[in-house]
Design a protein around this ligand. Structure first.
Ligand code: SF4
Length: 701
């Protein structure tokens, strides 16, 4: 064996496991967990350990294409630059957009954000992370004044109570979940799972609350009331470090006037709700983890707010074994947030306020700054459908499969004057929706850069394979287009390390401690330092102790008053109204052994054998009523689309609810693209789509 394997980071979930890759000189590599990486200490889940089976070049896009014909990079880049220039001249910056991905490296994200927001004047820069964690971003910013994850993974191991809300971590964040279970075995940690479905995670729980979809705000409002009535609040923390408690408590009483009202709204037994409240009140070391069941909601930001409220009220934040914790879905959702890769953020956790616009403009030397937020994902594709956005670059994601109302998205893509994709693969639902210019992107194992995991830890992804064909990194393609538009000086990077240094320097530029994201200490890494960068958690402030990696135990929020803010959460959002033709609610999500639209995981027969075909889960009572049987096929319909799926009848489903995985597309299975069914209802603050409660119907095929 090679004694010097390449240290890199897994390309899948937000746990961010370290990987040792030992290339075999035949285009493959042996894969093992990195025992020195502080996310996983050598462990890998089924997806990570199968990475070596996914490295073939089969199906790859290896050369630029224009109108279906092979082209040179020069010609393709000229076409891209000319197309954007013409669109800007004719229609202005509102007519151009770029749609990014939580799979991209931070350097790719930074380059794209800089070009569009600083040099093309358009903030129409959004990302599939909008579908993943934007409600957490909005919730953090409302409560903390910044998009800050207060705690660390270590807190999950030193807590005495773990509350998982809307998270099947056993399947979706497996290695972190294994860490939780190992600590639990050692110290008897209690585990509460709040999820409408019975899952691999709820099987292990001391208490499973199969809550009705959308009722989390009521459950956590009731918890705030219960804590107040039991004298379990940290009154000193509330008085010293927060604002708005009394108003938030008054609202909580309105939403949760009694235990019976909470139980009824949540569809739970009152005794189970009481058991949860008792446990929470009695256990100071509590971490509440939440994921897509909270975020992907018409009320995701308020759900986050209701969770943050109880941690602010008990002072259980930023201390060992305590805090709210957002589990990010993608490998670099956090890095995207850090560069400002969301339409409503500017750069380095700065917003579109006048001072930040001026600061970033001076730092970039930008000639044409966007001065207001752009369109968020769902709005962006609706604007494409209306013909208002005319030139689009999609980078590393498959919106024609993954966005709500995916059929309408696919149709909209066909209306573009200029449609560019940067992709690893030659064919997927988005590429096939009329992408005129196709740029071959470097894939995992071929490119270099950094990603940030759920606990703010920045890790290197390192190349261990040669670039195949003419594949190139995405940051390079962006810089080449920028040069053709006349911005050579600002995009003259030669290496990803140079991009990273600029990003780190921007985070510290005129930052007097008023912004949380500051990795200025990493801005002077030389090439060797960058190549050898060890996993590093921010804050990495100049002069800060290396142990100083939690926030808010002693206040110090990033609001104007430096105090945390309680939130008055709204009543349960109605989402889409039921109608007689669609009496059920469709919930979508992941399975253990597939990732997104299966571009990579689909290459591993071992992974495919876990759950080999698209399916829908249904409760026995609903199955009987609909006349569908276990193992048969059913047609699931919504007002927006239809899919044909294998039926799995299970007691673990809630009555009235269906569950279908997101992974299969028109490219990988016939008529199983569930994104086509999902309604386009979004959270009013975050713009995140509600992927958990679309009105739907089911019938035998
Ligand atoms: Fe990769 Fe996530 Fe599995 Fe770790 S837990 S190996 S990051 S998919």
């Amino acid at each position: 064996a090679d004694p010097n394997p390449v240290r890199t980071t897994c390309p899948y979930c937000g746990v961010g496991c370290g990987v040792l890759a030992t290339p075999d000189r035949a285009g493959g590599a042996a894969i093992a967990g990195d025992p020195e990486h502080p996310s996983n200490f050598g462990r890998l889940c089924s997806k990570g350990s199968a990475l070596g089976e996914t490295l073939s070049l089969e199906g790859r896009l290896l050369h630029p294409e224009i109108d279906g014909r092979r082209a040179s990079w020069d010609d393709a880049l000229d076409e891209v630059a000319d197309g954007f220039r013409r669109t800007l001249e004719a229609h202005g910056p509102g007519a151009v957009a770029i749609y990014l991905s939580g799979q991209l490296l931070t350097e790719d994200y930074y380059a794209a954000n800089k070009l569009f927001k600083g040099f093309l004047g358009s903030a129409n820069v959004d990302t599939n992370s909008r579908l993943c964690m934007s409600s957490s971003v909005a919730g953090h910013k409302r409560a903390f004044g910044s998009d800050t994850v207060p705690g660390t993974y270590r807190d999950l191991e030193t807590a005495d109570l773990l509350v998982l809300v809307g998270s099947n971590a056993a399947w979706c964040h497996p290695v972190l979940y294994q860490r939780m279970l190992a600590a639990r075995a050692a110290r008897g940690t209690k585990l509460v799972v709040i999820d409408p479905r019975a899952t691999a995670t709820s099987e292990e729980a001391d208490l499973h609350l199969p809550i009705a979809a959308g009722a989390d705000t009521v459950l956590f409002s009731g918890l705030l009331v219960a804590l107040a009535e039991r004298g379990a609040l940290d009154r000193a923390y509330v008085a010293d470090h927060t604002d708005g408690f009394e108003a938030a408590l008054a609202r909580a009483y309105e939403l949760a006037p009694s235990l019976d009202a909470v139980a009824a709204a949540c569809g739970l037994e009152a005794a189970a709700v009481t058991a949860f409240y008792d446990l929470f009140a009695a256990t100071r070391r509590t971490v509440t983890l939440y994921s897509q069941g909270v975020n992907q909601s018409a009320q995701g930001t308020d759900k986050v707010g209701a969770i943050l409220n109880v941690h602010l009220a008990t002072g259980r934040i930023g201390r060992e074994g305590m805090g709210p914790f957002s589990l990010t879905g993608q490998p670099n959702a956090m890095g995207g947030r850090e560069v400002g890769g969301l339409a409503n953020t500017l750069a380095a956790h700065m917003d579109f306020d006048a001072a930040s616009i001026d600061r970033v403009q001076r730092f970039w030397g930008a000639p044409r700054m966007a001065r207001a937020p752009g369109l968020k994902a769902v709005q962006m594709f609706e604007a494409i459908g209306r013909g208002e956005i005319k030139a689009l670059w999609v980078m590393g994601t498959n919106p024609a499969a993954s966005l709500p109302r995916a059929d309408a998205v696919r149709d909209a893509l066909g209306r573009l004057d200029l449609f560019v994709v940067s992709e690893n693969i030659a064919s997927n639902d988005t590429v096939n929706a009329g992408a005129r210019i196709r740029l071959p992107a470097a894939a995992w194992g071929e490119k270099d850069g950094v990603v940030t995991n759920s606990e703010r830890r920045i890790s290197r992804q390192r190349a261990f394979l040669a670039l195949p064909g003419q594949a190139r990194p995405d940051w390079w393609a962006v810089a080449q287009v920028a040069k053709r538009l006349g911005f050579e000086d600002a995009f003259g990077w030669r290496t990803p390390g140079e991009v990273f240094r600029e990003h780190a320097a921007l985070s510290a530029f005129e930052n007097d401690g008023a912004r949380d994201f500051d990795i200025g200490a990493l801005s002077d890494l030389d090439t060797r330092d960058y190549d050898q960068l060890r996993p590093t958690q921010w804050p990495a402030r100049p002069g800060a102790a290396r142990s100083d990696t939690r926030f808010f135990a002693d206040g110090g929020y990033f609001t104007p008053t430096r105090r945390g803010r309680f939130v008055e959460v709204a009543p349960i959002a109605s989402g889409s109204a039921h109608d007689d033709a669609h009496p059920l609610r469709l919930n979508t999500g992941r399975i253990r052994d597939q990732w997104h639209t299966m571009t990579r995981t689909g290459k591993s027969p071992r992974l495919a054998s876990h759950l080999p075909e698209p399916f829908v889960e249904i409760h026995p009572a609903d199955a009987r009523a609909a006349g569908v049987v276990d193992g048969g096929f059913a047609r699931v319909t919504s007002p927006h689309g239809a899919a044909t799926l294998r039926v799995r009848v299970t007691d673990g489903a809630r009555t009235g609810a269906l569950f279908a995985p997101i992974h299969w597309t028109d490219e990988t299975a016939s008529h199983a693209r569930v994104g086509a069914l999902v309604h386009a209802v979004t959270d009013p603050f975050s713009g995140q789509p509600d992927a958990k409660a679309t009105p739907a119907a089911i019938a035998p095929v």
